[in-house]
Design a binder for this molecule. Structure first.
Ligand code: IPM
Ligand code: MG
Length: 356
């Protein structure tokens, strides 16, 4: 019996989460284990009820569970709120509270969907990249930050900062991950300009000494952004800082064809992990039964794999998704000619049905 704290959040978050639960419940039935889902509030919906986007009871429940599943946060109606209570702050807050410094974002191109990518099929076919994004440091959390009047001018500033321990622990995860993949790791930085990147590179090289079997390369982030669309198959495992990882993972989703396909796992060195799709809350699509639940369903599958070590169950869900796609079913974001257009719920139903 596993206790899961579910924070579905705003916009289409609850819709995709419902489908993930559906598929996980079916998987639990088939594989004979039990999942207890406990719903808590996060984001704008939490702000409306508690005056804060990340209530204490949500943090407490998260810490006291076996894993956390998150939908998405944010809505344009909260765009005018002060920064401390904006929904996005809750996401950063829960990452920090749970010390989720390692964010695994797999970008895998499924054969069934090579034509959904805006890039040439021959370039994306076979792509299987694991982006490892540092998640609790960098310019996202660095101090000092703010908007002040400096020399008579309004001035905004953030601090891109990493200490050696923060780099070392994410580098270790990256090398471990590369070791069980195909032993190729590319560290992405901006060491030609940024001091913080020079330290990043120095520490990554230091950690590489413990992993002589892993072939390490370095790439500047601007070049990496270009190479990712030019020749994505050159990449296997990528490790990078918080902001570069944020940007490159959105870019990588277009290899797969849609933001609605990419899951993620956020891990700490001990304790609870959190699973969420990389996409946002898509408020304009809320309640229309059109968004793609696959990223959230896959995030649930990652939970089974990483938190509960259920490799078989993970593979079964992945295969169920592939089978449904093979039969030609598509949500709007991955729709193409001669395929069958279906909605969020139907996609969840079909995937759940395939699990046996
Ligand atoms: C992501 C998102 C978040 C981030 C936002 C919503 C705060 O873009 O998870 O990639 O920037 O980390
Ligand atoms: Mg992002």
């Amino acid at each position: 019996m596993y206790k899961i704290t579910v924070v579905a959040g705003d916009g289409t978050g609850p819709e995709v989460m419902a489908e993930a639960k559906k598929v996980l419940n079916k998987t639990a039935e088939v594989f004979d284990f039990k999942l207890e889902f406990n719903d808590y509030l996060i984001g704008g919906i939490a702000y409306e009820k508690f005056g804060t986007p990340l209530p204490d009871e949500t943090i407490k429940a998260a810490k006291d569970s076996d894993a956390v599943m998150l939908g998405a946060v944010g809505d344009w109606k909260y765009d005018t709120l002060p920064p401390e209570v904006r929904p996005e702050r809750a996401l950063l807050g829960i990452r920090k509270e749970l010390n989720l410094f390692a964010n695994l974002r797999p970008a895998i191109v499924w054969e069934e969907l090579v034509n959904s990518s805006p890039l040439k099929p021959e370039n994306v076919s076979g792509v299987d990249i694991m982006i490892i994004r540092e998640l609790t440091g960098d310019v996202y959390f660095g101090e000092p930050k703010g908007v002040d009047v400096i020399n008579g001018k309004k001035t905004g500033f953030n601090n891109m900062i990493y200490n050696e321990d923060e780099v070392r622990r994410i580098a270790k995860i990256a090398f471990e991950t590369a070791t069980v993949r195909d032993k190729k790791l590319c560290s992405v930085d901006k060491a030609n300009v940024l001091d913080v990147s020079r330290l990043w590179r120095e520490i990554v090289i230091e950690v590489s000494k413990d992993y002589p079997e892993v072939q390490l390369s370095h790439m500047y982030v601007d070049n990496a952004a270009m190479q990712l669309v030019r020749a994505p198959k050159q990449f296997s495992t990528i490790v990078t800082g918080n902001i570069f990882g944020d940007i490159l993972s959105d870019e990588a989703s277009m290899l797969a064809g849609s933001l609605g396909l990419l899951p993620s796992a956020s891990l700490s060195d001990k304790g609870v992990s959190l699973y969420e799709p990389i996409h946002g809350s898509a408020p304009d699509l809320t309640g229309k039964d059109v968004v793609n639940p696959i990223a959230t369903i896959l995030s649930g599958a990652m939970m089974l794999k990483y938190s509960f070590k259920m490799d078989e169950a993970y593979k079964t869900i992945e295969k169920a998704i592939k089978d449904v796609l093979k039969e030609g079913y598509r949500t709007q974001d991955i729709m193409s000619e001669n395929k069958t257009l279906i909605g969020t719920k139907k996609m969840g139903d079909l995937i759940a049905e395939k699990i046996k």
